[in-house]
Design a protein around this ligand. Structure first.
Ligand SMILES: [Zn+2]
Length: 151
C-alpha cells in the first residue's frame, strides 16, 4: 500500500496518519483528506508560498502605515507635488521605502510588541534625509513633466 498523508484544508498542511485524533486534524479538529505523498508535498509547498506572499503583503502594509503616519504621507505629497494621485504616490513610495530598507540606509523601526508601545516607536530611521527626499522626488520626475494626472 502506497504511503499517504492527511491534508487539512483549514491549516493548509499535511499530517501523518499517526498524528491524527480520530481522523481529525490535530491542530484545528477539522476533517482531513487522504493524499498521496506527492500531492501532499506539492500542496505543502504551495501553501508555504501563499503564507510567505501573505506575510510580504502584510509587511508592506506595515511599512506604508509607518512612513505615512502622523500626516507625513500627505506632507510629502504636498511638498513634492508628484503629479499622480495620492494613492499612486503612496504605493510608489512604499515600494521605494521597502527597497531603501532592504538596501539598509533606511530603517523601519518597530517596537518589539504593540503592548504599551508609544506611537513614535513606529517610525523610519533615515540615515540621509536629503537623499531620501531627492530619491523620492526623482521617482515622480517623469510624471511631473507630463500633462496633469486626471485620476
Ligand atoms: Zn487543521
Amino acid at each position: 500500500m502506497a504511503k499517504t498523508y492527511l491534508w487539512c484544508d483549514s491549516c493548509k498542511r499535511s499530517f501523518a496518519h499517526a498524528d491524527m485524533r480520530d481522523g481529525m486534524c490535530p491542530i484545528c479538529n477539522e476533517e482531513t483528506r487522504e493524499l498521496g505523498w506527492m500531492s501532499a508535498f506539492v500542496r505543502g509547498v504551495m501553501a508555504q508560498e501563499l503564507v510567505s506572499s501573505g506575510l510580504g503583503t502584510r509587511h508592506r502594509t506595515m511599512i506604508k502605515l509607518i512612513w505615512t503616519a502622523n500626516g507625513m504621507g500627505e506632507r510629502y505629497y504636498k511638498a513634492l507635488d508628484p503629479g499622480v494621485s495620492y494613492s499612486k504616490f503612496e504605493s510608489v513610495v512604499t515600494d521605494f521605502v521597502c527597497q531603501a530598507a532592504a538596501d539598509g540606509w533606511v530603517k523601519v523601526m518597530m517596537p518589539p510588541s504593540p503592548v504599551g508601545a508609544a506611537p513614535d516607536a513606529y517610525r523610519l530611521d533615515i540615515d540621509d534625509e536629503e537623499r531620501f527626499v531627492a530619491e523620492m522626488s526623482a521617482l515622480f520626475a517623469a510624471d511631473r513633466h507630463e500633462a496633469p494626472a486626471s485620476d
